[in-house]
Structures are given as structure tokens and as C-alpha cells.
Design a protein around this ligand. Sequence first.
Ligand SMILES: Nc1ncnc2c1ncn2[C@@H]1O[C@H](COP(=O)(O)OP(=O)(O)OP(=O)(O)O)[C@@H](O)[C@H]1O
Length: 504
Amino acid sequence: MLSTEPLVGNADPFSPAEPSPLTAEPFRMSDGTTLALSKKLLLSITPNELHIHDDKTNKSKLRSCCGLWAAAAKPLIIPLYNVLYAEVGESTLTIKFATKVSRTTVKPSSLSYPYEPAHHTVIEEWSTRLLNAAYGESQVRKRFKVIINPFGGRGSAATIFDKSCRPLLYAANCSLDVQITEHSGHAIEIAENLDIDAFDAILCCSGDGVPHEVFNGLAKRPDGMRALKTMAVCQLPGGSGNGMCWNLTGTGDASAATLSIIKSIRKPLDLISITQGDNRLLSFLSQSFGIIAELDLGTEDLRWMGSARFTYGLLQRVWKRTVYPCDIAVKVAIDSKDSIREHYRQRGSKEDAIEYDYHKGLPELKYGDINSELPEDWQLVHRPNMGNFYAGNMAWMSAGVNFFPASLPNDGMFDLICVDATVSRFQIMKMLLLVETGKHFDLPHVSYRKVLSYRIIPHKRPGVEKEYISVDGEQIPFGPFQAEVHHGLGTVLAKGHVYEAPGV
Ligand SMILES: Nc1ncnc2c1ncn2[C@@H]1O[C@H](COP(=O)(O)OP(=O)(O)OP(=O)(O)O)[C@@H](O)[C@H]1O
């Protein structure tokens, strides 16, 4: 006689001790969704859930009014999104899944059921069906090259990975090749020299600095375009700014982000070339000059304040109405907010990417580089009162900061916000208060455009010792640079077609 007792997992401690007798042959119903391991144990795949009807383990006890216990059998329901793997051993079927432990956190769990070896084929077929339903278009058993920045955030990225991420990745039977960075720029070297056929994705447990390096490492290869198409990049929240993770997984919790990445789908991502001097680099998240760049890079002396340093630094600058003079020329794609909103709503559901010549390093620049003549139809405009020049390719810049609500991953455009420092302090504070919801988009003093390219020539302010330009949160030299978008050049693992942020 076979026992159908779960070997591991969340068995009900009140269930009777004697094993359920096997009274039926394992079978699948005509549509192949239900597996009966015994008369009392049915596993059913529904469109969104796995239902486990187990007389013995799913009995929920209800206290009757006279104080006696009554039993009612309820199926155990596991959302298919949470199903990580179904392992078919010689005589045991193990279902691994993520269980919720708090509002935001999950951990791996499993249930194992013994079966007669003669039924191996049926069990295997049903398990394949379960995995297909649980993963959909997403790849099962992804192969990850994991890069951990040991100094990311508060220096806890390795611990976060080991405690919250690794157990879920193992439960999903993903293969992991983990490497800890040893110096700044190490992730560029790792990506540049990676055997790209050996992995499906590079998983950065870090802030946004490491994915920035990874894109640039892939771009440095002679087959850069193929590498950027083949290798998906993704991020677990191991830094202080985890913009990529928020945009693509919709959470800043490491375990929930891991589950999201396990179930995510490969998607093209627009990337932006930045040319400065004779250098060319790629940006995936943002470029800033002015207040945001200074807050990102120029408040290191206030690090002891924790995240309050941004608020403090911001209030200081808004109060002083600091200006950041510059000249800008912009190749605009869409400049009215109504048309941007329309574009966002229409494109949000579309999927496309242009084909590149994948034997080459990087695509040619359509508008030339920073050393080229300015294209004829561009106009350089002097902006002596620039307060915030901020270009974004994703919605969230960090937790709660939905600066670019209209941005789309793969529309061949990026978004540009310009705000003058002459705007009243009240209006600036209003904008900052609305940033989390993205509602600042509609404020009349916020210039919001979709662009294809721009050139900026920042001017040094007399008496100011340090000036900053930030690309993906990393500092580049202070000086003129040009930016140009490449439609769908990069690849990421993402939950959906649009960013996980309130749009417009
Ligand atoms: N082992 C290392 N030693 C020193 N620097 C490193 C190391 N690994 C990565 N870095 C650098 O750390 C920088 C920031 O990385 P990341 O974005 O992952 O973390 P972060 O905590 O969000 O950073 P920050 O708050 O400084 O922006 C990157 O420029 C990267 O080059």
C-alpha cells in the first residue's frame, strides 16, 4: 500500500496519522489537468492555480459551538505564479512553490508525494503540464550569471542574496554561477569576457551601478549587439538605488523580486548611447545635470544621514533656487503631453524591436557624436536658468520616485524633463510631492518631452568647485555630451510589456 503523506512542507498538524489508502490508479482527466494520486488526493491545474485536494492534509478544523472539533476538507490553493518546480523522482513527486510569509515577502516551500514507479510516465506528463502552465512564455530552469556588489547599499547584498534569493532560485532549479565583484569596473570585465552561450541572464545583486557596467561590458565586445540581444540583464535589490528592479519586477523586496525574475520574460529594452570627448558608453536608466545629479553624486559628505541626505540636500537647493546654466539642442519625438499620453496608451500593448546587424559591436549613431556638427534641423538654445535637466529611460528612478511615468521599455524614445530654477519654491515642492504617483507629469511648469537625441553643453558656475553629471547614477566628467536612443538594443527579464509603475 502506498502512502500519500506529504514528506515535507505545510502538512496540517491536526490531520489523522494513518496514511490514506491508494484506491485509484493515477489518472489525468480528459483535458490532462487533474492527477489523482489516490482516491483522496487530487492535484488539479486550473487556469491560474494549482488545487491540491488532499483529504488528509488539507482538513481545516472548525471549532463548533459546544467546543468540539469538526473537520472540513478544503483544497490547498497555490497560485501558478508561485509554482517554482515539479520534480519527478523515481517514486516521489515534489512540488516546490513560493509561500507568502508577509505582505511583501515569500519563501520556498515544498510538498512531496510518493507514487508507484509504474506510473512514472503519467506523473511526468502531468508535471510538464504543470510547469508549462506555471511558466507560460517564461523559460524554466534559467541559467544565471550572478554578480554581487559586496559594497552595494549598506554592504549587505551578499547576505540578502544568500538569505532571500538563493533558496528560491534553487527551488526553481535555476543554475547559478555566483561572482562577487572585487573592484569598481569589475562587472564590465565580467560581462565583456562572459561565455554568453552558457547563460540566459546576468543577475546583478546590487544597485543600478552594476547593471550599468554590465550593459557597457556587453557593448565593448566585438559582437556587442549579439551579446546585448542574447544576454538578458536583471537586478535584485542589493544597492541604495534599485531602479531597474522596481521597474521590471514592481517590488523592492528581494524575495518577491526573485520570484518575479524566475517567472519573467525576455523583453527588448531601448538603450541610449552617450558620447563625450572620444568616449561612447551606454545608459539604461537616466542622465542628469543639475539638482538630481548633485543630489546623487554631490551629497557624499551627508552619507551619515542615510536616505535623509537626499531630502536635506534637495530642500537646501530648492530653497536657494540653485541654477545650472547650459545650452541644449533636442531632437524631439513627441512634445505635447496629450500626444505623449496617447502614445503611452497605444504603445503600452505593442511589442516590437528593430533588427540590428548582430555581428557588429554597436549600432551607428544617426545624429553623429558630440564632436560632429550639430544636425541641420537642431537648434542650440541657451538655458541660463536650468534647475533640473533629467532624461529617463525607465519610470522609477528609485523606490517611490516615479519621475518618468510615460516612459516605455521599447518604444525607441526616451523621456526628457526640464524644469527652470525660476519656478516658485511652492511649485517645486508640489512637483516633488506628486512624483511618487507620476502626477507631476501634468504640472504646467514641468516640461516633459519624448526625445530621440539631445546635446547638452553644461557651463561651469563661477566659484563652484565641483559640478556633476550623472549617467545611471554614475559620475561622468563634467563637460558637453550627446545622447541618442537605440530602439530595443538591450534585453531584460521583465514581468510585463510596460514598466511596473503607474503610467499616464
Ligand atoms: N568590489 C567593489 N569595490 C569597489 N567598488 C565596487 C565594487 N563592486 C562594484 N563597485 C562599484 O560600486 C558602484 C555602485 O554600485 P551599485 O550601484 O551596485 O551600489 P549602490 O549601493 O547603489 O551604490 P551608490 O549608493 O554608491 O550609488 C559602482 O560604480 C561599481 O563600480
